[in-house]
Design a protein around this ligand. Structure first.
Ligand code: AMP
Length: 563
């Protein structure tokens, strides 16, 4: 007999961001954000290794970025798909292992909120993420014990949340500038249909670059270089500049920073910031222009503009968008939460939840995919497109090729992604060999690319003379993960101790107090030292109610000091 009381699997959507991550659930006909252990919906995508070798994720780790930079990592999504290793104290992690720890923390929050285990979610990725970056995101989810029911492009997820909210029929451009990536998507709503026409972007442009540019300018004005400053000093200056950047919309800002017994001061207003950011702001233009060209639209053809991502809050960015489009962007919905809400909405669509059955979404492949060929005699390395950028997905396209000489025994298929005529300027995704039965003639072959809804590619090669077929799932790029690396990651994570969720509020406050102490001077520092001492004493008393009320007061006081 079947148990009719089993809960339906939760319909979860995750925004795994460079700076912050969120998890949402589809419940009672709408997407809702799930709070973390601190009651907040934004969980900083930061991981730190505590002194007792336990892992901290989120706000506590974010505070330790300043006090313990050698044991803390942030913005690792930027390295997803690379073989970069990140050191936290004596331990080493890959970007996907760190992402897995963030996903694991979100999973725990969802389980605490829903009261039952969860095993599946829709996860969003930047539209411009490559095949390898998508694969690594899937692997991060696997490490966290989550099955990915679908990878959804971030701007497309935002478009779903926005479209449902507005119930409009219009052409929209989604401008998504997060901490580390920039995506532009042009789409059309004709509800229940949401049709993506074009997606472009830059995987290495985001709010973090704007902070880094301020850091360079500030050090230059003080005639200092990073090599003259210890990691903790660099981290505290980076943190102060990040805060300064976020407050710039309120008016001119200044900061004081102590280094080697000297007090340094720096002031900045919006006009000076725009000068420092000139080249970054210029880089925002090209993807916008390309997306409009690909969608065959002029700025005036758009009915609305939606800004998504924390960095789209910058006045300089909003000004640029307003100038480019000759109108003000739509900003009624919170740019931080749209992607997670849209991902949960997609989870509901996929599960055919009654409240949303009708919504149909079509997405595109944002870049051109093809193979390396010879052009003319002996000119090697020309890029031959098979799936052109902005083709609606899922798609399957075939092109015919031939071998280069009679009695050829081996054929190398090298798959590339990019928009340049020579493969050397594009990204190598994978390469594999097909063994041929040599004949006296040049042989013909069909190469078919099938690109699925998650943005993953499969290649089929058919030799026309023999009808022989070779299928190849692109499951590993030349820099990709092999089975052993995967097993190692599983083993490494399974031996880690993770800070218990219910202890996080106290641990986070201690980390915040330590950071505040470090960032302040004089009498303010004395106050914070006293708070730290008092809170440690209250913790020792082990009275939950007293601890909670003390914690709430101190958190409020720190919020007021903006520390
Ligand atoms: P996301 O990945 O969407 O969470 O975006 C994070 C980025 O948004 C970070 O680089 C933040 O510095 C930036 N950000 C968040 N709030 C603001 C703000 N008020 N002004 C400027 N940048 C912001």
């Amino acid at each position: 007999m079947q148990d009719a009381t089993l809960p339906r699997p939760a319909l979860l959507g995750i925004d795994l961001g460079t700076t912050n991550s969120l998890i949402a659930v589809w419940q009672d006909g709408q997407a809702r954000l799930i709070p973390n252990a601190l009651g907040e919906v934004l969980t900083p995508s930061v991981v730190s290794l505590d002194e007792d070798e336990t892992i901290l994720v989120g706000k506590a780790a974010r505070a330790r970025l300043t006090t313990h930079p050698e044991r803390t990592a942030a913005a690792f999504k930027r390295f997803m798909g690379s073989d970069r290793q990140i050191e936290l104290g004596t331990k080493t992690f890959s970007p996907e292992e760190l992402s897995a720890l963030v996903l694991g923390s979100l999973k725990q929050d969802a389980e605490a909120f829903l009261g039952h285990p969860v095993a599946e979610a829709v996860i969003s990725v930047p539209a411009y993420f490559s095949d390898e970056q998508r694969k690594r995101t899937l692997f991060a989810a696997e490490l966290a014990g989550l099955k990915v029911s679908r990878l959804i492009n971030e701007p497309t997820a935002a478009a779903m949340a926005y479209g449902l909210h507005e119930q409009k029929f219009e052409r929209t451009l989604i401008f998504d500038l997060g901490g580390g990536t920039f995506d532009i998507t042009v789409l059309e709503y004709a509800l229940p249909l949401i049709e993506v026409h074009a997606s472009t972007g830059d995987n290495f442009l985001g709010g973090e670059d704007f902070t880094a540019a301020l850091l360079n300018a500030c050090l230059k004005s003080w005639q200092l270089t990073p090599s003259m400053i210890d990691p903790q000093g660099m981290a505290s200056l980076g943190d102060a500049l990040e805060q300064l950047k976020c407050k710039l919309s309120e008016g001119p800002q200044s900061l004081s920073w102590r280094h080697a017994d000297e007090l340094y001061e720096w002031s900045l207003d919006e006009a000076a910031a725009v000068k420092i950011w000139e080249s970054l702001l210029a880089r925002l233009r090209a993807p916008i222009e390309q997306a409009l060209r690909d969608a065959r639209l002029k700025p005036r053809d758009l009915d609305s503009l939606v800004l998504v991502g924390g960095a789209a809050r910058m006045p300089a960015v909003q000004q640029l968008v307003a100038t480019l489009f000759g109108r003000l962007p739509y900003r009624h919905l919170d740019p931080d939460t749209l992607v997670a809400l849209g991902a949960a909405t997609q989870a509901a669509c996929k599960a055919r939840d009654g409240a949303i059955e009708e919504l149909i979404l079509t997405d595109v492949c944002p870049y051109t995919l093809g193979i390396a060929t010879m052009r003319g005699k002996g000119i090697d390395g020309a890029f031959s497109p098979i799936i052109e950028r902005n083709t609606i997905i899922p798609t399957s396209r075939v092109e015919r090729y031939h071998t280069t000489h009679p009695r050829q025994e081996l054929l190398r298929i090298a798959v590339y992604q990019g928009e340049r005529p020579w493969v050397r300027d594009n990204i190598l995704i994978d390469a594999f060999d097909v063994t041929l039965t040599p004949t006296d003639n040049i042989q013909e072959l069909d190469v078919r690319f099938s690109y699925d809804i998650n943005g993953l590619l499969e290649v089929d090669v058919t030799l026309l003379q023999t009808g022989e077929r070779h299928s190849h799932s692109i499951d590993r790029s030349p820099t990709g993960l092999n089975e052993q690396a995967r097993r190692d990651s599983h083993n490494r994570l399974s031996t880690l101790k993770v800070h218990p969720r219910d202890a996080l509020p106290n641990r986070t406050l201690l980390a915040r107090l330590e950071r505040a102490w470090m960032q302040s001077l004089g009498t303010q520092r004395e106050h914070i030292a006293e708070w730290l001492h008092n809170f440690t004493t209250v913790l020792g008393g082990q009275q939950p109610a007293e601890i909670a009320s003390h914690r709430s007061e101190l958190n409020k006081a720190l919020d007021q000091l903006r520390l």
